[in-house]
Design a binder for this molecule. Structure first.
Ligand SMILES: *Cc1c(COP(=O)(O)O)cnc(C)c1O
Ligand code: SF4
Length: 375
């Protein structure tokens, strides 16, 4: 057996093992892992410092998950947007393909809590069906391998999938969405890197939520992927009690860059059943973005998005105050230090029809002293 499979097999999946390791109530955990499976890899277990800390909260089942009975199972309506099983085609030119429902850890806040970790996900022929759909749909130029976690598949299956996708001429990009490098770094083997780099351009977006996740061995695993020529992005979910704090978030973004990972998305948590105790206010997210933008490397600033309930897709949010006014004369702007600046429009009249809703301020403010800093 490959080394990483042995490590994965040492993960905590049973309530009595969790009780032994972390001293939680076995009975309580038993009720939860029926509907919502648990897995905690050795790497993640070693990162837990104390009861209820940021790593603990992400992986240790809590009774409150079962109290969340009124929430939807599939708030993003992914199932509605699936023309064939496990393929979500929501945007014009790209699709999300769930190639497995197994993950190295089962995040308690997972947006696909309805699916992950349960038996009997991918049925025979379904992957061929998805590939056939992609072959017929020449508008699709970007496919995201997701799940579950695609890097939990064995090497030969990853290779088979990449080969099948690369036989479709109009497919330009292949991306992986994965939490493996941060939770099961042993999986990032030289053999895996060797396979993946045959199918460039391949991108990976790695899931990280807290700076403590970036241990030396995790950073090394990220380095192997980067050395294989794979541009690495990070996806982070804003989670109450985990990272809903500007200082923690800034540390996370810095650690990611040190691991050669570029922050890509910061998500508001979804409304998924069993996860609502992790949600924070939108204002918390905006404050975090405000604390990053301009205050640290632009490379460290992710896009802050809400994946709209009902299948609207990702919608970007900016703290509203940067554009104070826009008219035919120019843009009144506020910078990260709350100073106001003016950017004059060019004298030509092209492209003046962009509607800017909700950014108007009174003309008085624009003409009377609000632009002291512009010269
Ligand atoms: C997030 C997502 C994508 C990719 O979105 P990008 O903004 O291009 O990263 C594609 N399809 C679905 C269904 C998604 O949820
Ligand atoms: S790794 Fe991703 S898909 Fe798997 S449980 Fe965590 S959030 Fe969900």
């Amino acid at each position: 057996m490959e080394d990483w499979k042995k490590v994965l097999a040492q993960s905590i999946t049973k309530p009595n093992d969790l009780a032994k390791q972390l001293g939680v109530d076995e009975k309580e955990v038993e009720d939860i892992v029926g509907p919502y499976p648990m897995r905690i890899t050795p790497t993640v277990l070693a990162t837990i410092k104390e009861k209820g800390d940021a790593i603990w909260k992400q992986v240790v089942p809590e009774r409150i998950e079962l109290d969340d009975i009124d929430a939807p199972d599939d708030p993003l309506e992914e199932d509605t947007d699936s023309p064939v099983p496990h393929l979500v085609h929501r945007y014009p030119d790209r699709v999300l393909l769930m190639v497995t429902n197994q993950c190295p850890i089962y995040c308690r806040f997972c947006t696909r809590k309805r699916l992950v970790g349960k038996p009997g996900f991918l049925k025979k022929g379904e992957l061929d069906q998805a590939v056939a759909y992609l072959r017929e749909h020449s508008e699709v130029r970007d496919v995201i391998l997701s799940g579950g976690d695609p890097l939990l598949l064995p090497d030969y299956l990853i290779e088979r999938i990449l080969k099948a996708l690369r036989s479709i001429p109009h497919l330009e990009l292949i991306r992986f969405g994965t939490r493996v490098p941060g939770t099961l770094p042993q999986r990032i083997t030289p053999e895996l890197c060797e396979i993946v780099k045959q199918y460039h351009p391949i991108y990976m977006n790695l899931h990280f939520n807290h700076p403590d996740e970036l241990t030396p061995e995790v950073k090394e695993a990220c380095g192997h992927l980067a050395d294989a020529g794979i541009p690495l992005g990070a996806q982070t979910v804003l989670l109450k009690g985990v990272n809903d704090d500007p200082e923690i978030m800034k540390r996370l973004m810095h650690e990611l860059l040190l691991a050669r990972v570029k922050p890509y998305y910061l998500y508001m948590a979804d409304l998924t059943k069993g996860t609502n105790h992790f949600r924070t206010s939108v204002e918390t997210g905006l404050k975090i973005m405000q604390a990053l933008q301009g205050h640290t490397s632009g490379m460290a600033v992710p896009h802050f998005v809400i994946d709209a309930p009902g299948g609207g897709g990702k919608i970007p949010l900016l703290p509203g105050e940067y554009l104070l006014n826009l008219d035919e004369k120019g843009a009144v702007l506020k910078n990260y230090e709350n100073k106001t600046y003016f950017y004059p429009q060019p004298s030509t009249t092209d492209n003046r029809e962009l509607p800017m809703v909700g950014t108007s301020v009174s003309r008085d403010m624009c003409s009377a002293g609000a632009m002291d800093d512009y010269s």
